[in-house]
Design a protein around this ligand. Structure first.
Ligand code: PHE
Length: 532
């Protein structure tokens, strides 16, 4: 293992790491999904709830992931292998609970879910905590499969915008075009292929000359395009209606469901709960500051999500459209909005390019999780792992791509859908919602829950903090009251007993607050706890 560590690639410095991690976090989630869930959940109040989730749960969990990765210098599976005890009572208890839940479901003749849970329970018994890492690798694989389909549509739209073909007088016309485009396997699969290829090429090149290099080029471009779009949008006549909708909180529109959506989205948007940040942390040098890096990544991700809202809502309102169009907001409504703006084709091109760049830097982090696992745990060469799994993800994604004519349609997989309905007995959900639901509401929150529990109770906040302290020049130990009072450098304020420090606050969040919040959210999602 020491050899492996000696030859392990590293980021060239903190900035490269921060841009790569921010690149992973900033993606379709920020620019495509965030605005439409804000639109569906009533605007400003939802934004506030989301910010709270980011601060209270997202940031603390992100530090855990970075610490786990940097401490072990391994992929997610390797990280848990290195730190998990041989037998863990907590893991056995979870295994038992899952087995019982499975048996219970079988009793009620839910065969599909019952069998799935029994299998999972047995796996938990056998592999314990290592399974959390494995779940991350599986999540990386499945998320990238559908993510790259949507990213492929974006790529196609960049092309079409450049060719001046995205000019629609009505949302109906835009929809007809979108359905025709996604229904055409040459376009849908072709664009998906090109996107996966781009991810493979970058991951193939490795950490410094692949992921870091491209993140350093693409992230500033992304920021510039975003600024240009915001200025354009805010200077349209009538733009202020959109700003008002976006920034005025109306708490009557918030219910338990929207809080849970905000929590799930916080995980998705920050790339948490599946080991992407463990993997990126594993290439980081001990001398870099984890606390401040986390603040930068969380800050950049949140900034870009908020900016996306400012670019989209004013334009949508100014042209007289509604903000609650759901997943179709950017593919159907925006092209129509651009049609009414001078030089619309140019703005459409910029917008879809922005979306493509965001998706690309996230796509590479998903592929990197799978690649790192095969390199670290199975001894594969990076080149081989990137190509083989890029290929496999392409095939799975191609199935998704031809199965839908649009995000909310199962038309071509009617039979498969019917079988799934029978086995799992769920209500009719759209194809996209199903995959999105699986990752945002299940895999990532559960991953986040177990990562918090593991850091808080198994590895221990003390050991994690030892790791975080490397390179953070005791930032975490600053007395919180002194910090708030602006006296953090005053020696007398930091002398004496440090009880209320950033580090102790983090420990409490990780041990209690985030596990309980995620558990409540999760129990609500699966219907075992009914919140109003
Ligand atoms: N954070 C990315 C986004 O907002 C998606 C993602 C999730 C990437 C999980 C990596 C891991 O689009």
């Amino acid at each position: 293992m020491s050899n492996q560590i000696a030859s392990r690639e590293q980021w060239s410095g903190a900035w490269g790491f921060i841009l790569a991690a921010a690149g992973s976090a900033i993606g379709l989630g920020n620019i495509w999904k965030f605005p439409y869930i804000v639109g569906e959940n009533g605007g400003g109040a939802f934004v506030l709830v989301y910010l709270l989730c980011i601060a209270v749960i997202g940031a603390p969990v992100m530090i855990c992931e970075f610490a786990l990765g940097r401490h072990t210098q391994r992929d997610p599976v390797g990280a848990f292998k290195a730190l998990a005890p041989k037998t863990s009572v907590l893991a056995h208890l979870v295994g038992l609970a899952v087995l019982l839940a499975g048996a219970f479901l079988l009793l009620f003749r839910c065969w599909g879910w019952g069998a799935l849970l029994i299998g999972l329970g047995l796996l938990i018994f056998r592999h314990g905590w290592v399974l959390v890492g494995a779940m991350g690798v599986v999540a990386g694989f499945t998320i990238l499969a559908f993510y790259s389909v949507v990213a492929g549509w974006t790529l196609g739209y960049v092309w079409k915008a450049a060719a001046g073909q995205l000019d629609f007088a009505s949302v109906e016309a835009a929809k007809a075009h979108f359905v025709q485009f996604t229904f055409n396997p040459y376009w849908a699969v072709g664009c998906h292929f090109v996107f996966v290829m781009l991810c493979v090429l970058i991951v193939y090149k490795g950490i410094k000359s692949g992921i870091e290099r491209w993140s350093k080029i693409l992230m500033p471009v992304l920021l510039l395009i975003m600024l240009a779009l915001i200025i354009r949008s805010l200077t349209l006549p009538g733009a202020m209606d959109g700003v008002r909708f976006y920034l005025t909180p109306d708490f009557s529109k918030i219910n338990a469901g929207s809080v849970l959506t905000a929590l799930g989205h916080a995980f998705f948007s920050l790339s948490l709960g599946m080991g992407a940040m463990i993997t990126y942390g594993s290439y980081l040098d001990r001398k870099e500051n984890l606390f401040s890096s986390t603040l930068s990544v969380v800050g950049l991700d949140t900034l870009i999500a908020l900016m996306a809202g400012l670019a989209i809502f004013p334009a949508v309102f100014a042209q007289g459209f509604q903000p609650d169009a759901g997943p179709g907001l950017v593919f159907l409504v925006l092209p129509t909005v651009f049609h009414q703006i001078p030089l619309g084709a140019f703005w459409a091109f910029l917008f879809f390019l922005l979306l493509l760049i965001a998706a690309l830097t996230s796509g590479i982090s998903l592929l990197e999780v799978v690649t790192a696992y095969f390199v670290d745990e199975r001894g594969w060469k990076r080149h081989r792992a990137a190509v083989v799994f890029g290929g496999a993800i392409f095939l799975l994604g191609a199935l998704c791509a031809v199965s839908v004519t649009d995000i909310s349609d199962w038309t071509r997989l009617e039979k498969l859908h019917a079988v799934l309905l029978k086995v799992f007995g769920s209500t009719k959900a759209s194809f996209f919602d199903t995959l999105d639901n699986l990752s945002s509401n299940w895999l990532l929150p559960l991953g986040g829950l177990f990562i918090s529990l593991f850091t808080g109770w198994i590895w221990g906040t003390k050991h994690a903090l030892d790791e975080i302290r490397h390179g953070s020049s005791n930032f975490g130990d600053v007395h919180l009251i002194s910090l708030l009072a602006g006296l953090k450098d005053d020696p007398s304020h930091n002398a004496g007993v440090h009880v209320v420090t950033l580090a102790s606050l983090w420990g409490i969040f990780i041990r209690f607050i985030s596990p309980v919040a995620v558990l409540i959210a999760f129990l609500h999602t699966i219907g075992w706890l009914k919140l109003t």
